[in-house]
Design a binder for this molecule. Structure first.
Ligand code: ACO
Length: 324
């Protein structure tokens, strides 16, 4: 049997219209553009309008990816959507998007791996294609994370934004995704979590207690160390060395974390896709938004090797090394 690979045939993305700059945030919390930019690289973020949902952004990103791919929604046999901010508890946002696209009948489900959601979804979709189960798959990362932001907490509210990205994957005899690595360690829950939910219950705090709790400095340290070993593991799994990577497309949480990973790969920042300045941390939306930006701006070319990686609440961390 010849080897089956999954190939990204097109990308798409969607951002809410409203842009909120660091200077805008200076008016609501005790912060400054200088503090936010020097600590994180962020200058602005997009914020969903009232009533605009994760599913709306996912739908728009999916439409743009399908259009670029020249693939009809009815041809899809699987939709995997990474999100930690689903529209409603069930049906999954993947099901809501599937119906709006007119892809009714194919398998569709959400993956919650916090900021690693899209790369997890990509890894799962890759397994479906490699096993021969699926031929054309839509993979989406979409979030309205600002809905769980406490706008009075300057330590977290400056970090996040909303957005979505998507890719269409196709079974191919040509690579394709060479390797994906998925990991989690639930022992780190207390460093980054949202404490309420259907089963635990909600509370009397503002927004029913829906709020990101983060020990930023600790998360930062573990993220740098973990991504360092993740890129080594991914290169080994793909049988490649650092110099074969054309572009690093990292999770966009913090420019300093991105720079540390680039250094580990001996890559100049010219070969790293950075969108954190414009989008801030869009969790599952971040990697596919950066990928779509890289493709549509003409930076990433067909035949180049891309290393995608992400780190987020759980902790979760994941990577994909692929030829575009
Ligand atoms: N404006 C001004 N001052 C601030 C702000 C702010 N927005 N936020 C915190 N400060 C202050 C603090 O109160 C502290 O003051 P003190 O020294 O008087 O006590 C000082 O700035 C330093 O605070 P630290 O938290 O130590 O700052 P640090 O340099 O660590 O930067 C940051 C904080 C940006 C959050 C960083 O730690 C980080 O990026 N961590 C990783 C985040 C991440 O990657 N998350 C992963 C994914 S998220 C997900 O999965 C949902």
């Amino acid at each position: 049997m010849p080897q089956i690979y999954s190939r990204i045939i097109a990308t798409g993305s969607a951002l809410p219209e409203r842009v909120v700059t660091n200077v805008d945030l200076e008016k609501i919390v005790d912060t400054s553009d200088e503090w936010i930019h020097s600590r994180t690289g962020i200058r602005q973020r997009h914020i969903a309008a009232d009533g605009e949902t994760t599913g709306d952004l996912a739908f728009r990103a999916a439409q743009s990816a399908l259009e670029a791919a020249g693939v009809k929604a009815s041809e899809l046999d699987l939709i995997v959507l990474g999100t930690t901010t689903p529209d409603i508890i069930f049906p999954s946002t993947a099901c809501l998007v599937q119906h709006r696209l007119g892809a009714n009948g194919c398998a569709a489900f959400d993956v919650n791996a916090a900021c690693s959601g899209f790369v997890y979804a990509l890894g799962i979709a890759d397994k479906f294609i490699r096993s021969g189960q699926s031929k054309k798959v839509l993979v989406i990362g979409a979030e309205t994370l600002t809905r769980m932001v406490d706008w009075s907490d300057r330590q977290t509210c400056v970090l996040f934004g909303d957005g979505a990205g998507a890719v269409v994957l196709e079974a191919s005899s040509e690579p394709g995704i060479y390797a994906t690595c998925l990991h989690a360690d639930g022992g780190f829950k207390e460093l980054l979590y949202n404490p309420v939910g259907v089963s635990v219950g909600f509370n009397d705090e503002p927004n029913h207690g829906v709020r990101i709790h983060m020990s930023g400095r600790e998360v930062f340290k573990v993220a740098v160390k973990t991504l360092d070993s993740l890129v080594g593991e991914t290169l080994e799994a793909a049988g490649m060395v650092e110099s074969q990577i054309d572009w690093l497309i990292p999770h966009q949480a913090n420019l300093r974390i991105i720079e540390a990973t680039a250094k580990r790969l001996n890559m100049s920042m010219e070969r790293v896709i950075v969108t954190v300045d414009k989008h801030a941390n869009t969790s599952s939306g971040s990697v596919p938004l950066a990928l779509d930006y890289a493709v549509r701006s003409g930076k990433v070319q067909r035949g180049q090797n891309l290393l995608l990686e992400a780190f987020g609440g759980g902790f979760t961390w994941a990577s994909a090394l692929l030829r575009y």
